[in-house]
Design a protein around this ligand. Structure first.
Ligand SMILES: Cc1ncc(COP(=O)(O)O)c(C=O)c1O
Length: 405
């Protein structure tokens, strides 16, 4: 098992190491030897198996894509987001969540975190939606204006947002809901429903550091079959027949028609084959991450220097965002540097989008606008949490964090 060779002792502990084994290697070889490398049977099977897993009581359709970024873009295009529309987005997220809305011609209005949470504040969501629907700017201090058309809740770190509240606000203001579930496979709501299947569409990431991986990749899911059909059309240049159908279907033909200006966001079979194996591993990988998180929780909850991340039973535990309390919080940057010097790979999730130069210029936002997100960002350090970590590696991370004191 490649992933188990991470080592311990004084060797570096990476921030993440994917759990890739012989089954994934064999799956890739099978595709390489088949002579068909791009999107075809493996991608279709991956879509079907992923959809089945999330379907539960209500059936759901899925479209495999080249990344969650591409998937978000396609879902928003399929919902016909356009100039004059506003997408409501947590500021505490990665660039993709907002940039994909901007690419459709819409604007992005940022929402702060809830109290003691990395997730979006549903009361602020309601306030911002109301302001926009009254023709005002998103915030008292300014920001974008336009028709509130979509909300994109982010299940940060694998923790499912309060989707009941999000969906209620969305319904009240006529907004669609596209869940950014990049971190959330498999994650569940408080009522045990799968994250990503709770809005109009959900988008998952299979980037190298995600809970299951294809290296790069993503999946769009929806209970609306027509929406998935539009996503599938846009994913391949807006061509009415997918390439494998043209070359291998019963009416094999050189003829095709472009019915819409689309994109090139398909997932090749080489990657889909890895995804199918990872999908089968998902529950085992989750169990391993949960075990590490439980050990971290036990160690850090006993100390006044740290705040452990909020969690629920359905948390996918994609990240372990530990918050430093005063006085350590004031020297977070130095703490990151020290941990790296000691061979512990750490990261920071996220730098709030409203502080980024592009959005500061576009919307006049900046520090002071979203205090809870800014506070979380200023104190957070994401610790390594990957399935192949050995007990001694976990203990070394804990000892190193305590050494910061
Ligand atoms: C919250 C969030 N959304 C979307 C993405 C984009 O995922 P991808 O790299 O698959 O495009 C990421 C990537 O890290 C993310 O963290």
């Amino acid at each position: 098992m490649l992933a188990d060779s991470g080592g311990c002792g004084t060797a570096n502990i990476p921030f993440f190491r994917p759990f890739i084994g012989e089954e994934e290697e064999e799956a890739v070889l099978r595709v390489l030897r088949s002579g068909w490398l791009t999107t075809a049977g493996e991608a279709l099977a991956f879509e079907r198996e992923f959809a089945e897993r999330l379907s539960r009581a209500k059936p759901l359709a899925a479209a495999a894509v080249s990344s969650a970024t591409g998937g978000l873009h396609l879902a928003l295009e399929a919902l016909d987001l356009q100039a004059g529309d506003v997408a409501l987005i947590p500021t505490y997220t990665f660039a993709s969540t907002a940039e994909t809305a901007i690419h459709t011609g819409a604007e992005a209005a940022f929402i702060d975190c809830a109290e003691d949470s990395f997730l979006l504040d549903t009361e602020a969501l309601e306030r911002t939606a109301r302001r926009l629907s009254e023709g005002k700017t998103a915030y008292e201090a300014g920001g974008p204006s336009g028709r509130p058309r979509v909300v994109i809740p982010v299940h940060f770190g694998g923790l499912c947002c309060d989707m009941k509240a999000v969906n209620e606000t969305a319904r009240r203001y006529g907004m669609a809901v596209v869940e950014d579930a990049a971190h959330a496979f498999p994650a569940y709501s408080e009522t045990g429903e799968p994250a990503g299947a709770l809005g109009d569409a959900g988008v998952f990431s299979f980037y190298a550091t995600k809970t299951i991986t294809t290296g790069e990749g993503g999946m769009v899911v929806s209970r609306d079959n027509d929406l998935i059909k539009r996503v599938a059309l846009l994913r391949c240049h807006g061509i009415d027949r997918p390439v494998w159908n043209r070359y291998t279907g019963p009416a094999a033909s050189w003829y095709y028609e472009v019915v819409q200006a689309g994109y090139k966001y398909n997932l090749p079979d080489i990657l889909a084959a890895i995804g199918r194996v990872q999908l089968r591993r998902a529950d085992d990988l989750l169990k391993k991450r949960k075990r590490i998180a439980a050990r971290y929780d036990a160690a850090f909850s006993a100390s006044p220097f740290f705040s452990i991340p909020p969690s629920t039973a359905g948390d996918a535990r994609h990240l372990y965002p530990l918050r430093l309390n005063p006085p350590l919080a004031a020297v977070r940057g130095d703490c990151v540097k020290k941990l790296q010097e000691w061979g512990i790979g750490v990261s920071v999730h996220f730098i709030p989008l409203h502080t980024m130069p592009y959005y500061r210029k576009r919307y006049g936002t900046g520090y002071g606008g979203f205090p809870r997100a800014e506070d979380a960002y200023s104190r957070v350090i994401s610790l390594p949490i990957w399935p192949g970590m050995t007990d001694s590696q976990v203990e070394r991370v804990i000892a190193s964090v305590f050494k910061l004191i």
